[in-house]
Write a protein that binds this ligand. Structure first.
Ligand SMILES: Nc1nc2c(c(=O)[nH]1)N[C@H]1C(S)=C(S)[C@@H](COP(=O)(O)OP(=O)(O)OC[C@H]3O[C@@H](n4cnc5c(=O)[nH]c(N)nc54)[C@H](O)[C@@H]3O)O[C@H]1N2
Ligand SMILES: Nc1nc2c(c(=O)[nH]1)N[C@H]1C(S)=C(S)[C@@H](COP(=O)(O)OP(=O)(O)OC[C@H]3O[C@@H](n4cnc5c(=O)[nH]c(N)nc54)[C@H](O)[C@@H]3O)O[C@H]1N2
Ligand code: SF4
Ligand SMILES: [Mo]
Length: 867
């Protein structure tokens, strides 16, 4: 049987058709993706096994039953509230919860416990966009729809690596551009990314030069007579002051040449249908909210908002980042886009809930919340569906802060995460494919996630766990829901009760949604009012949500260029991994693209640090915080800056997560940490030995440097350390692998490489290579020997056997095509990405690797203005 559901990864919110055997297809009828999927979505079937799952509640490491666990959580929270007040407890939740989970968590904390100490990882993600929207529009409204991408004549991508992070939107733009070459794309990013390859113009802006850039654009629009006076007079406050302030901006802060600035400004000014998409290069900054408003200013000044093919577009990161904002998951919001500070709004919500209390002021935002944990002010903490010991800045301190809370609960699907390992109580949640509920994507479209697998072990859905705890705390009446549909109905009714406040968010038309309608739900965009039109765009009519019905432009000052010694550390995402890898890390296909933590570094800097190709870099902050990553020497980053991916955790890299060295400030308006702007020192890590292991059993290395990932048949790990080269036996202990049988050994006196092979019943179960220099053996050959009957000494030769065909590093994860096969196709005459696809099938599924394929074509397909 095929189930119609929604992808659990990014905010594009693609529709999926899933079978219980793990077959995954794109839903051709879903308006987000019309059948497309990216590599992560396509590999979902490889992530639904039960390996490593948390299958029973655990108290201090021992399995227990639900009643015991729930009672303990309720008692500890109740005791803390009784002894220390409601603000002594906190929830830290996630944009990966479903709307129904999120709604009850928020209701419990704000309406029953009576504190607003519930914040979410959206604070690290969308908070600056939320704050910018509220300052400009009066509400947190995303005006546009995905169709605008197809209608636009100019798409500007600011601080967004869309090709890797919202791949299906990237594909939609690429398809629109192929059909209509006049559609132009501009990419604004200090780093050159695969997204830049689609762009007609890449602006390698200086870090945090964005306010200056868009202030300059606003001034240019005013100078060249592009302001839409009629729209501004009728619907916008503050234009004059904003324009005057913009004219004062020193454009040198952008770091861009006058010529590039001029090209961009002329393009923007001269194109009416312009969509500006922005993401974490905007939000995660100490000037994040100002960056958002600098962009919104330009759209408001020209009236280019809410009409087909135009508008600002904040793309959401997580599958339900938008839903979390709707239910009031942030510490400074109430449900349904209502405001905590507004007594009438509070009365409406408390009256509707008929709840004993309601919080009266904003609670602690994420960074402050964990500071409060460190300071001993939080006595009980419940973390759901997020991994803050990895994902928050200053991750070492955050782990200590969590450990410092007298009672910590973690709800997760996995038995071991960096955060879960610090918990007193672990609660097993059902995961994607096992749970039911709704999510809202970047264009406000609400879709259903549906179960197509049974709940494993004792796992329960998050909404159910929260309601059980609420009931055990004495509030059964407010939480006696029997299904996610029942939760959703209440939520939609709250929306009706809130309607008199005239906010944008209105789903009152769904207040009586029946169980059957909920089960048969088709994706729909809000608003869904009781009467009137459903979905569509906001603001074309100039109706905004400040009390006078107008929007606001803000006068903005470009920030001082950030001070700090050493390198500026930029961080972000890889194409084939999701955050802390608890799910994507299970997939063989996904594990082979960029299988190590790396740090992009400019060749000049590499040279001055004395770095060789394949050397390891030590990044350091202060005396104690450090991490190691493989050097990736590239001109894609500017001198003086580094870029590192966020995905490696303490479970997979012995030296710990990148956020150990990310000590960053927060945006003063939104409280969002500036995760793109840390400062670190870097030096060559003088490894004295290197290792590589391929194995049929899981590996959990504890060496100074290690990088573990999945392979088709097992696991692989890169290793390095200092001091004398460990004995193979010691090393196998380090990597916590127990390989049966006596190993065969091969020592190469000349190179100093030591090789060992384990086999059982004639089949290779493990291969180990140790050397005083980076190990030069074909990883692919070694990995593919595992589980085969290749003779141990052949396997140890580490060379492709004459008959074997080494595909090289994976380029196309969907079709499993390696670099060597692509290069051979090119050698044999393939001169376009399509031709590579015909010859090898690479790039023919999701298309996310197409920019990388294009780079392999000689001569370079395109030279961009910026280079
Ligand atoms: N493959 C994959 N996709 C994902 C995720 C994932 O983990 N993996 N996570 C999802 C989530 S939750 C999110 S929030 C999104 C994030 O999606 P994106 O925001 O697109 O991704 P990032 O890689 O975090 O950062 C985007 C770019 O910002 C640039 N940048 C850094 N500083 C500046 C600056 O000062 N100005 C400008 N203009 N740009 C700057 C960086 O160089 C980087 O290329 O991705 C979502 N999609
Ligand atoms: N340096 C740096 N740091 C960053 C960022 C950056 O760009 N740079 N980006 C930030 C951003 S935008 C984000 S969104 C965060 C993301 O960071 P996190 O939210 O910490 O990362 P995830 O790995 O997505 O964590 C989700 C957790 O929930 C578990 N889980 C999965 N499904 C379920 C479920 O149904 N129920 C429950 N209870 N648990 C479940 C997973 O196993 C996993 O442990 O990282 C932030 N940190
Ligand atoms: S673009 Fe990829 S990760 Fe994002 S929702 Fe679609 S399939 Fe999932
Ligand atoms: Mo995010």
């Amino acid at each position: 049987m095929t189930t119609c559901t929604t992808c659990p990864y990014c905010g594009v919110g693609c529709g999926i058709l899933a079978d219980a055997d793990g077959t995954i297809k794109g839903d051709p009828d879903h308006p987000a993706n019309y059948g497309r999927l990216c590599s992560k979505g396509a590999a979902l079937g490889e992530t639904i096994d039960l390996d490593g799952r948390l299958l029973a509640p655990r108290v201090h490491g021992a399995d227990t039953d639900w009643d015991t666990a729930i009672e303990m959580v309720a008692d500890k929270f109740s005791a803390a509230i009784r002894d220390h007040g409601p603000d002594s407890v906190a929830f830290y939740v996630s944009g990966q919860l479903l709307t129904e989970d999120y709604y009850v968590a928020n209701k419990l904390m704000k309406g029953y416990i009576g504190s607003a100490n519930i914040d979410t990882n959206s604070r690290l993600c969308m908070a600056s966009s939320v704050a910018g929207h509220k300052r400009a529009f009066g509400t947190d409204t995303v005006p546009g729809t995905y169709e605008d991408l197809e209608h636009a004549d100019l798409i500007v991508l600011v601080g967004s690596n869309l090709a890797w992070c919202h791949p299906v939107l990237h594909q939609r733009i690429a398809a629109a551009k192929a059909q209509r070459p006049s559609l132009r794309v501009v990419n604004i990013d200090p780093r050159r990314t695969v997204t830049s390859d689609l762009a007609d113009l890449h602006l390698p802006i200086d870090a945090d030069g964005d306010v200056a850039l868009f202030n300059g654009l606003l001034a240019h629009l005013a100078l060249t007579g592009r302001i839409d006076d009629a729209f501004v007079d009728a619907h916008v406050d503050g234009a004059q002051a904003a324009i005057a302030q913009a004219a004062d901006t020193d454009l040198r802060a952008t770091g861009l040449s006058v010529d590039l600035l001029h090209q961009f400004y002329a393009m923007w000014a001269g194109t009416e249908k312009v969509v500006t998409i922005y993401s974490q290069g905007v939000n995660q900054s100490t000037s994040g909210t100002d960056k958002v408003n600098a962009i919104l200013n330009c759209h408001l000044a020209t009236g280019r908002i809410g009409r087909p093919g135009m508008g600002p577009f904040s793309v959401t990161g997580q599958p339900n980042a938008m839903g979390g904002r709707e239910v009031g998951g942030l510490a400074n919001m109430l449900a349904n886009h209502l405001d905590i500070e507004n007594p009438e709004h509070r009365d409406t919500v408390q009256g509707f809930w008929n709840s004993p209390t309601i919080c009266t002021q904003a609670g602690l935002k994420a960074v402050d919340l964990f500071d409060a944990c460190a300071a001993g002010r939080i006595k009980a903490l419940w973390i759901m569906s997020t991994n803050p010991a990895v994902s928050l800045p200053d991750a070492g301190r955050v782990a200590e802060a969590i450990a410092n809370v007298p009672f910590t609960v973690v709800s997760d699907i996995m038995a071991h995460t960096d955060t879960g390992d610090l918990a007193d109580v672990l609660l097993p949640a059902t995961g994607w494919g096992e749970k039911d509920g709704t999510v809202t994507n970047s264009e406000r479209r609400m879709s259903r996630q549906r179960a197509f697998l049974p709940a494993p072990g004792m796992a329960r859905p998050d909404w159910r766990i929260i309601c059980d705890v609420a009931a055990a705390m004495g509030w059964a009446d407010g939480f006696n829901f029997d299904s996610p549909a029942a939760v959703f109905r209440e939520y939609a009714r709250l929306s009706q009760a809130a309607a008199p406040h005239g906010r944008d968010f209105d789903i009152s038309g769904l207040r009586d949604v029946s169980d059957a309608d909920y089960a048969n739900w088709r994706p729909m965009q809000w608003p869904v009012p009781s009467d009137g039109e459903q979905g569509g765009r906001f603001f074309a009519d100039g109706a905004f949500f400040h009390p006078n019905g107008k929007a606001r432009m803000l006068p903005l000052t470009a920030p001082q260029t950030s001070a700090g010694t050493g390198f500026r550390l930029n961080t972000g995402r890889n194409r084939d991994q999701w955050h802390t890898m608890t799910r994507t890390g299970k997939s063989q296909r996904l594990g082979s693209h960029l299988a190590e933590p790396y740090v992009e570094i400019h060749p000049d800097d590499a040279q001055s640090l004395g770095l060789d190709v394949a050397d390891i870099v030590e990044l350091r902050k202060g005396d104690t915080d450090h991490t190691l990553a493989r050097a990736l020497v590239t001109t894609h980053v500017a001198p003086g800056t580094l870029f590192a991916p966020i995905h490696w955790t303490r479970q997979r890299n012995g030296s710990g997560p990148i956020n150990a060295v990310a000590h960053v400030g927060v945006d003063p308006v939104s409280g969002q940490p500036a995760l793109k702007g840390g400062h670190v020192t870097a030096r060559r890590y003088a490894a004295t030995w290197y290792g590589f292991v391929a194995s049929a059993v899981p590996l959990a290395p504890q060496c100074a440097y290690s990088a573990v990932s999945r392979t088709e048949i097992g696991w692989r790990a890169e290793l390095a350390g200092q001091g004398t080269m460990p004995s193979p036996e010691d090393l196998m202990q380090h990597v916590a692998a127990e390989l049966p049988g006596a190993p065969s050994m091969l020592d190469d006196v000349e190179t100093g490489i030591r090789r060992m092979a384990w086999s059982v019943d004639g089949r290779i179960t493990g291969l180990l290579f140790l050397a005083p220099a980076p190990v030069a053996v074909s990883r692919v050959t070694a990995i593919s020997a595992i589980g085969t009957d290749v003779a141990p000494l052949d396997a140890l030769a580490g060379r492709a056997r004459a008959t074997a065909d080494d595909p090289g590093a994976t380029v196309c994860a969907c079709m499993g095509v390696g670099l060597n096969h692509v290069l051979r196709a090119v050698q044999e005459g393939a001169s376009t990405v399509e031709a590579i696809g015909c010859a090898t099938t690479a790039g023919t599924n999701c298309g996310a690797c197409r920019p990388e394929l294009a780079r392999l074509l000689p001569p370079p397909v395109k030279t961009l203005a910026a280079e």
